[in-house]
Design a protein around this ligand. Structure first.
Ligand code: ZN
Length: 249
C-alpha cells in the first residue's frame, strides 16, 4: 500500500516518527556541512573516521528497514546476518567514494522513512529481533533509529553537541543507559542527578553523586566526556573527580 502520510493513527507513534525524522535531518545537515576531504577526519568514536560514522548510519537505516519489512510480511529478515558482517559492512562502506557514501546515507534514510510510512497500525506491534537479540515490537525501531541519528550526529565532531538533541530524546536515552547499568549492577556507588528536573538514577546510598544539566549528564552517560558534569561525595559539588561512566553497550 502506498500512502502520502504515515498509515499509523497512533499519536504517540506519530510523534516518535517526527523525532526520528528530525534527527535524520539533523544528521544530514551536519554531514552536508562536511567537505569531501573532511570526511576523512576523525570522529568522536575511537578508531572510526567520519566515513565510518556515515556508513554506519546508512547501513543502520537499511537494517532497520529490514525489520519493518519483517513486521509487514511476517517473513523473517534480520538486521544483519551477524555482528561481524555488520562490522565488515561498515569498514567497506568507509572506503566508498564521497558521493557514494552520501548517496548511501540519503537513499537508505528515504527508504526507511517510506517503510515506516506504509506500515499499517496492526503491524507496529509485530515482534522483530534486534542485532543484540532483543525481541521488540516494530514500533521500537523508531526509537532505535532516533538514538542513532542524534548521537552519531555529535560523533561527526563538526559542531553538533548534546545540547542540540531534544530534551525528550535525551531523557529517554538517559533512562535507557541508567536502566542498563541498574540491570547489570554496574551503577553501585553512583548516583546521577539532573539539575533543574526531578530525574535521579542509581544508588541512593551512593558515595559519588554526578550532576549536571540533562545534556551534560547524558553526554557523560554515553561515555563522551566529563565536560558537562560535576561530581561530589554527597556534600559539596565539585569536591570529587568525575568518574567515567559505566559501560553502556
Ligand atoms: Zn551506532
Amino acid at each position: 500500500m502506498v500512502a502520502r502520510h504515515d498509515l499509523t493513527t497512533d499519536p504517540g507513534l506519530q510523534e516518535q516518527l517526527l523525532q526520528a525524522r528530525r534527527g535524520t535531518a539533523f544528521f544530514a545537515r551536519k554531514l552536508n556541512e562536511l567537505s569531501d576531504a573532511e570526511l576523512d577526519g576523525g570522529s568522536l568514536l575511537p578508531g572510526w573516521t567520519r566515513r565510518h560514522v556515515a556508513a554506519h548510519i546508512g547501513y543502520n537505516a537499511r537494517a532497520i528497514a529490514r525489520l519493518i519489512e519483517w513486521a509487514a510480511t511476517g517473513v523473517e529478515t534480520p538486521m544483519y546476518p551477524s555482528v561481524s558482517v555488520r562490522d565488515h559492512e561498515i569498514d567497506f562502506g568507509a572506503t566508498l567514494s564521497p558521493i557514494a557514501l552520501r548517496n548511501l546515507f540519503d537513499h537508505s534514510a528515504v527508504h526507511l522513512s517510506v517503510e515506516w510510512r506504509d506500515l499499517p497500525d496492526d503491524a507496529w506491534s509485530h515482534e522483530v529481533r534486534t542485532v543484540q537479540g532483543r525481541i521488540v515490537p516494530a514500533s521500537e525501531t523508531v526509537w532505535m533509529r532516533t538514538r542513532e541519528v542524534w548521537v552519531h550526529a555529535v560523533d561527526l565532531d563538526n559542531g553538533a553537541s548534546f545540547a542540540d538533541i531534544p530534551a525528550t530524546v535525551l531523557e529517554r536515552l538517559l533512562r535507557d543507559i541508567t536502566g542498563a547499568w541498574a540491570a547489570r549492577g554496574t551503577d553501585a556507588g553512583l548516583l546521577v542527578r539532573v539539575t533543574g528536573t526531578d530525574l535521579v538514577f542509581g544508588d541512593a546510598e551512593a558515595a559519588v553523586v554526578v550532576t549536571g544539566p540533562l545534556a551534560g549528564v547524558t553526554q557523560w552517560a554515553t561515555g563522551r566526556g566529563t565536560g558537562g558534569v560535576s561530581a561530589g561525595d554527597g556534600g559539596t559539588l565539585g569536591d570529587a573527580p568525575v568518574p567515567s561512566a559505566p559501560k553502556w553497550i
